[in-house]
Design a protein around this ligand. Structure first.
Ligand code: ATP
Ligand code: MG
Length: 560
């Protein structure tokens, strides 16, 4: 490992230090600990790549642990989605674990704490408890229930477990220090009453352990050596350690918590709670809407696992929170799609071109490369006929010399085909161009080897044969939020920044080879961008998502 030390991030340095100071590689064990209260998002990808990356680097096991202690918000659907996303990103967990697997052990330990006089049942209202807790600058005061006897605590805690009490009436608190400078140490709650069925333990329990009481002990049970979490838990570390002190057997490995910065992406939100709000308010069609920052949304949009991993690798692991521009993610996406995507032609805003000197009814199948970046991708045949579509914006009656597309009297090459010249055009009563009449140079066919075929003209246009064009629904996406950082405004809710034009649905006209395209297939529509087949697609009606354009037009617009 030492030869790569310079490129290690600070988390890897922590592990390296521990290895120098007595840990052996076989002591290393990591975990990724999502709460199944929503779908994973791009922020989670950082944590996944960090933990599973460490696993690969040190050949150490990595558990997938569901932190499922709040049945009010957690569901099996989310568990399934999380597993699918981690796998899709390309990682394998050692064992699948659930905090709920440890409910009995946690309960037994809680009883021990009560017996040692280190935990008590509090019956104050949550309001009273908040007041009694003090403020960061003012010490708290003891609860009137703090000095109950062990016997009384055991009895009431038993009643809590037996379902005798309503939610919010009783909690079990650790007896630590109401004067601690760390508010989290002022007798934190370990258990609350929740009369809710749990997706795994059903109605076995009506008291549920809190995050702090659960997380470190779960790490300990699993013998996780390093428990990496995000910075908002930095203050929790003291409590994590206090709880561990209560249960750790010196023979066993003691987990350590260390923190790294959350990753935020521009023009979106990365919080399950906020993403759930978008779903519940029908701002999007679901968790996997291609505009979402969820892994499932990115997948449906056409992202590859490689592009996400490369992005995460590039941004690295930081000690301070910051905002990453989404165009960096898109850069990695384009970079990968460019290497792997078959090239096809499709016209999204068509105008008809008639090639007047081409025989009516004739169809010529032109040989075309599938991917100039990848010879092994082979070739395919595309039909050329007298009537074709080109993009409206690729034709102007008159234009200056910098317009390298089609204009009256000018020539362009049709991609993989012939050189055509615009002779005249037809307009409707509003002045819109409805048809362009062209002639073609029969000797100019691409790849035919003739002198004319090598003739250079400035512009090359994509096109499709009208008779062969497949009609498809094409969904074009824009940023979901108009603001770079929608959830950081003090006076405005993030929902106020939703871009009303984030989805545009149009009809595209595509080359016939795409009739075979299947859900998830990715293509470059030449000159337009990268597109993929949406799961809504059927044999009767193809549906494509625009994944990303060929160039970063967004960054350019921002710099204007
Ligand atoms: P959310 O607010 O979206 O629910 P969370 O942190 O509550 O996020 P968890 O399911 O608890 O979500 O997260 C699992 C792991 O992923 C945790 O270790 C958490 O710190 C990490 N994580 C979550 N969001 C990010 C992020 N934006 N950047 C980096 N790591 C993250
Ligand atoms: Mg959470």
């Amino acid at each position: 490992m030492s030869e790569a030390v310079e490129s290690l991030n600070f988390i890897e340095h922590i592990v390296e230090e521990d290895l120098k100071n007595g840990y052996s590689e076989k002591d290393l064990r990591f975990r990724f600990p999502p709460e199944p209260n929503g779908y994973l998002h791009i922020g989670h990808a950082s944590s996944i790549c960090l933990n599973f990356g460490l696993g690969l680097r040190y050949n150490a096991p990595v558990n997938l642990r569901f932190d499922d202690t709040n049945p009010a918000k957690e569901e099996q659907e989310y568990v399934d989605a999380i597993k699918k996303d981690v796998e899709w990103l390309g990682f394998k967990w050692d064992t699948e674990r659930y905090a709920s697997d440890y409910f009995q052990q946690l309960y037994d330990w809680a009883i021990e704490l009560i017996k040692q006089g280190k935990a008590y049942v509090d019956e104050q209202s949550s309001e009273d408890m908040a007041i009694q807790k003090g403020t960061p600058t003012q010490e708290g005061t003891n609860s009137p229930f703090r000095d109950r006897s062990v016997e009384e605590n055991l009895a009431i805690f038993q009643e809590m477990k037996d379902g005798k009490f309503a939610e919010g009436t009783h909690v079990l608190r650790a007896k630590i220090d109401m004067a601690s400078s760390n508010m989290l140490m002022r007798d934190p709650i370990m258990y609350r009453v929740l009369h809710k069925a749990h997706h795994r333990t059903n109605t076995d329990w009506c008291i549920y352990p809190m995050y702090d009481w659960t997380h470190g002990e779960s790490d300990y049970i699993e013998q996780v050596s390093h428990s990496f979490c995000t910075l908002e838990f930095a203050m929790h570390r003291e409590l994590y350690d206090w709880f561990l002190d209560q249960v750790t057997d010196t023979e066993k490995l003691r987990p350590k918590q260390r923190e790294f910065a959350r990753r935020n992406l521009s023009h979106t939100v990365v919080s399950k709670r906020k993403l759930l709000q978008l779903v519940e308010n029908n701002v999007v069609t679901g968790w996997d809407d291609p505009r979402m920052s969820t892994i499932s949304g990115l997948r449906r949009r056409g992202y590859t696992p490689e592009s996400i991993r490369n992005f995460v690798e590039t941004i690295g692991i930081a000690k301070r929170d910051n905002l990453i521009d989404v165009s960096l993610l898109e850069f990695h996406l384009r970079d990968h799609l460019n290497k792997i995507s078959p090239r096809v032609m499709g016209v999204l805003d068509p105008v008809k071109v008639i090639i007047t000197n081409y025989p009516e009814g004739e169809v010529e199948w032109l040989d075309t490369e599938n991917n100039p970046e990848d010879e092994s991708a082979g070739t395919r045949q595309i039909p050329f006929t007298r009537e074709i579509y080109i993009e409206k914006e690729d034709f102007k009656e008159e234009a200056n010399r910098k317009f390298f597309r089609l204009k009256l009297g000018g020539e362009v090459r049709l991609k993989s085909g012939y050189i055509i010249k615009a002779e005249s055009c037809t307009k409707d009563t509003d002045g819109n161009i409805t048809e362009i009449q062209c002639t073609y140079d029969p000797k100019s066919k691409s790849g035919s080897g003739t002198e004319e075929s090598l003739r250079k003209v400035k512009g090359t246009l994509h096109w499709v044969s009208v008779a062969h064009a497949l009609k498809a629904e094409v969904r074009l996406y824009d940023r979901l939020f108009t603001d770079e950082s929608p959830d950081t405004h003090k006076d405005k809710d993030f929902m106020e920044f939703i871009n009303p034009d984030s989805l545009k649905v149009i009809t595209g006209y595509l080359e016939p080879s795409l009739s075979e395209a299947k859900s998830g297939d990715r293509f470059q529509f030449q000159r337009l961008g990268y597109f993929c087949v949406d799961p809504d697609s059927t044999n009767e009606k193809l549906v494509f998502n625009k994944t990303v354009g060929l160039r970063d037009t967004w960054a350019k617009l921002q710099n204007k």
